[in-house]
Design a protein around this ligand. Structure first.
Ligand code: NAD
Length: 296
C-alpha cells in the first residue's frame, strides 16, 4: 500500500521539482568568492562601495582614471583584488578594464558604474559646448561603454545560483535566481528633478536612467539585472568642489539645515544600497532607480 502511494506521488514530485533539477544540471552553484567591479573607485562613493563589497567578501576590481587613488582604495580592502587605470570615455580603455578583471578574477558578478564628474556651474545659455561634451562623455557615454563591455562579458558567464537549497520548494523563483550578473549605475537626484546651473550634469544623469532601464529590459531574460541609484547630496570631494564653485543662491539651497534629515549622506550610506541592489537578495529588482536622498 505504501509502495502504491509512493508510485502515485512520485510523478507529481518529479514535475514540481524537475525545473530545479534541470537547472542544477545547467547552472553552477555559487560557492566561490564573488567579483565586483567599481569604476570611480578611487574616491567618494565608489571608494566606499569597494570597501563595503570587500567587507561582504567580494573580490574587487577598483577602476579609476586616477591610478594612484585606485591603488590607495585597493590598499583599504579586506580581500585581494585589482586596481585598474581606466578612462570610461574610451572604448579601448573600458574593454581593457573588463579583460583585466576577467583575466585576474575569472568573471564579473557585479559592476557599479560610478565614475562621474560635475559640470561647471552656469545657466543653460551661459554653458560652454565643450563642457557639455566633457560631462556627457564621462557620465553618459562612460556608463554606456561600461554597460556595453560588462554585459558582453556577463553574457558569456554561466548563470550561478547562490543558495539552491533555500529555493528548492520554489522552483519558479529558483529558475530566475540563476544570475549572470548585476549592474548598478550612478545617476543622481539630478537625474530625476532639475537642478539649476547644472544642465550638462542633469542631462547626463537623466541619460543614465534611460540607459539603465533600456539595458534592464534587453537582458532581463539573460539573468542580468541593471539598476541605478539616485543619491541626493553626499559628502565627497565632488560635493566639496560643487559647493566651492556654486553661485551664492545655489549654495544657499545646499545648506544641510534645509534638508529633512539635516545633513549630507555619508558615501557609506549609498554604498550599502548599491551592494544590496547588486546582491542576490533582490532577484526581481531590475530597471529600477533607488532614490537615496534623505527625504528630499
Ligand atoms: N557626491 C554627490 O553629492 C553625488 C550625488 C549624486 C550622484 N553622485 C554621483 O556619484 C558618482 C560618484 O561621485 P562622488 O561624489 O563619489 O565623486 P568623486 O569626485 O569623489 O569620485 C569620482 C571618481 O570618478 C573618477 N573619474 C572621473 N572621471 C573618470 C573617467 N573618465 N574614467 C574613470 N574614472 C573617472 C575620479 O577620478 C574620481 O575618483 C558620480 O557619478 C556622481 O555624479 C554624486
Amino acid at each position: 500500500m505504501r509502495f502504491m502511494f509512493l508510485l502515485c506521488i512520485l510523478p507529481s514530485v518529479y514535475i514540481v521539482y524537475m525545473p530545479y533539477w534541470c537547472m542544477s544540471l545547467t547552472m553552477a552553484t555559487d560557492t566561490r568568492k564573488r567579483v565586483a567591479l567599481v569604476t570611480g573607485g578611487g574616491s567618494g562613493i565608489g571608494r566606499a562601495t569597494a570597501v563595503r563589497f570587500a567587507e561582504l567578501g567580494y573580490s574587487c576590481v577598483v577602476a579609476d582614471i586616477d591610478e594612484p587613488s585606485a591603488k590607495e582604495t585597493l590598499g583599504m580592502l579586506q580581500t585581494p583584488g585589482l586596481a585598474v587605470q581606466v578612462d570610461v570615455t574610451m572604448a579601448t580603455s573600458v574593454e581593457a578594464m573588463v579583460t583585466a578583471a576577467v583575466q585576474h578574477l575569472g568573471r564579473i558578478d557585479c559592476a557599479f558604474n560610478c565614475a562621474g564628474i560635475e559640470s561647471a556651474p552656469a545657466k543653460t545659455a551661459d554653458q560652454q559646448e565643450d563642457e557639455f561634451d566633457r560631462v556627457m562623455g564621462v557620465n553618459a557615454k562612460g556608463v554606456w561603454l561600461c554597460l556595453k563591455y560588462e554585459i558582453a562579458q556577463m553574457l558569456q558567464q554561466e548563470p550561478v545560483v547562490s543558495d539552491p537549497a533555500k529555493w528548492a520548494d520554489k522552483p519558479d523563483v529558483c529558475r530566475f535566481r540563476g544570475a549572470r550578473g548585476s549592474i548598478v549605475n550612478a545617476s543622481s537626484l539630478a537625474g530625476l528633478v532639475p537642478l539649476a546651473y547644472t544642465s550638462p550634469y542633469c542631462a547626463s544623469k537623466f541619460a543614465v536612467l534611460g540607459l539603465t532601464k533600456t539595458a534592464a529590459v534587453e537582458y532581463a531574460k539573460d539573468g542580468i539585472r541593471v539598476n541605478a541609484v539616485c543619491p541626493g547630496p553626499v559628502a565627497t570631494p565632488m560635493a566639496d568642489r560643487v559647493l566651492e564653485l556654486s553661485p551664492p543662491d545655489l549654495r544657499a539651497k545646499q545648506d544641510p539645515k534645509l534638508f529633512p534629515v539635516g545633513r549630507f549622506a555619508a558615501p557609506e550610506e549609498v554604498a550599502e544600497a548599491v551592494c544590496w541592489l547588486c546582491s542576490d537578495a533582490c532577484p526581481f529588482t531590475t530597471g529600477e532607480h533607488l532614490k537615496i536622498s534623505g527625504g528630499i
